[in-house]
Ligand binder design. Structure first.
Ligand code: SAH
Length: 378
């Protein structure tokens, strides 16, 4: 494993300290920051505005890139899933989701996940380890370069969602640090209101998050309207139950500005949490806590072996949504993207060796080809 410093995860202040330590003027720190984050260069040798001797000096103690892209899968709907590896060989998955008006990158905050949500494939990996701030930032740089070319403008901006593998609030400090680095206008310039962090309900961190001055949007994975069911589906509920979670959501809501909203995600599991009684109980919860700035994202379950759940029928999803709306609660159905390449919500489990691989040797060719749509092999 590389003992060198991974500068991609350094804040501007840390880079300035680093420059000083190696006896270089302060402006070098800014040059490195811009090289990494504005031009998205993942090697110092490409930073030709730096003197050659300085680049050599940098190479002795530091690196710009530590993640290796092992495989890249392209869905029939244009979604791309990147399976990367850390130097200590842990999987990191990132998904690029193109839409007409904007692109979204779904990144991972942990390798694997410690929360044993019963309907989620990532849970089967368990927690492998927290990702560093540099590993979080580098995911985004790698994906943007793959899609648009190194350093090229992103045509309609990029939204980020911390909805890949892992529980972002269990890696809070690295997450927040990475988001600060990515929001810098001399870098990626992805500002907090273009970012959404999704939590399974780490209640104390919701309060901490609410206090942040420049903070991203929040999504809370609820998925059940009562403790009995939520205990079964999301064991984290035994630590912080529905009441505690909703109380935190209420406190968070109070800190929202005019026009801002937050989200409850609700994974719809056929025959489990998708009845009209569940929808009514969910609407009642929203009313009980007098939540006025919440919208509900309904996510029909993405099934995969060995998960035992299945999505409700299209009609049942509509019924659930209509019932919420009839009670004055806004609800949307999240369209699954990249299901055929194990890129959809809850499907990130480092699946590899499928017949859609575009191996790392050719992933730089920037092919936009949509690969054949044969069912993904296990
Ligand atoms: N740990 C965080 C971040 C993961 S976000 C969280 O739980 O919020 C991923 C979202 O996908 C969560 O809302 C999660 O509930 C949902 N999800 C997990 N498995 C799923 C599956 N198989 N199908 C659909 N959604 C799923």
């Amino acid at each position: 494993m590389s003992e060198k410093l991974h500068l991609t995860g350094f804040s501007k202040t840390e880079l300035a300290e680093f420059a000083e330590k190696i006896g270089e003027p302060k402006y070098r720190a800014k040059q490195i920051f811009k090289g990494l984050h504005e031009r998205r260069l993942l090697s110092f040798d490409e930073m030709t505005d730096l003197p050659k001797a300085f680049r050599e000096k940098l190479n002795e103690t530091a690196v710009a890139s530590i993640l290796k892209v092992e495989s890249r899968y392209v869905s029939e709907d244009g979604t791309r899933r990147f399976l990367m590896k850390t130097p200590d060989n842990f999987p990191v998955e990132t998904v690029f989701i193109p839409t007409e008006n904007r692109d979204t990158i779904c990144f991972s905050s942990q390798s694997g996940c410690p929360l044993k949500c019963d309907f989620c494939l990532t849970a089967k990996l368990g927690l492998l380890r927290n990702l560093t701030a540099g590993e979080i930032v580098e995911q985004i740089i790698i994906v943007l370069n793959d899609v648009y070319g190194t350093g090229a403008e992103t045509p309609h901006g990029t939204n980020l969602v911390a909805m890949g593998a892992g529980e972002p609030f269990l890696n809070f400090d690295n997450l927040i640090k990475s988001l600060e680095i990515m929001s810098d206008e001399e870098g990626l310039f992805i500002v907090p209101n273009r970012v959404t962090v999704s939590t399974a309900g780490i209640v104390p961190k919701i309060y901490e998050f609410a206090k942040l001055e420049k903070r991203p949007n929040l999504a809370i994975s609820l998925s059940a309207p009562n403790d009995e069911l939520r205990d079964k589906l999301m064991p984290i509920n035994k630590r912080w139950n529905v009441e505690e979670l909703l109380a935190a959501a209420k406190e968070f809501e109070k800190t929202l500005r005019r026009g801002e909203r937050f989200t409850f995600e609700y994974v719809l599991l056929g025959g489990v949490n998708d009845s009209e009684a569940h929808a009514r109980a969910l609407a009642n919860l929203v009313h009980k806590y007098e939540l006025q700035k919440v919208k509900i994202n309904l996510i029909p379950h993405n099934s995969a072996d060995p998960l035992e759940y299945h999505p409700p029928s299209f009609r049942q999803v509509e019924r659930f949504k209509n019932l919420l709306e009839s009670k004055g609660v806004s609800a949307y159905v999240r369209r699954a993207r990249g299901r055929d390449i194990y890129a959809a919500c809850g499907q990130l489990a480092a699946k590899d060796g499928m017949n859609k691989t575009v191996g790392s040797s050719s992933w730089q060719e920037k092919t936009d080809c949509l690969l054949p749509t044969a069912a993904a092999a296990d």
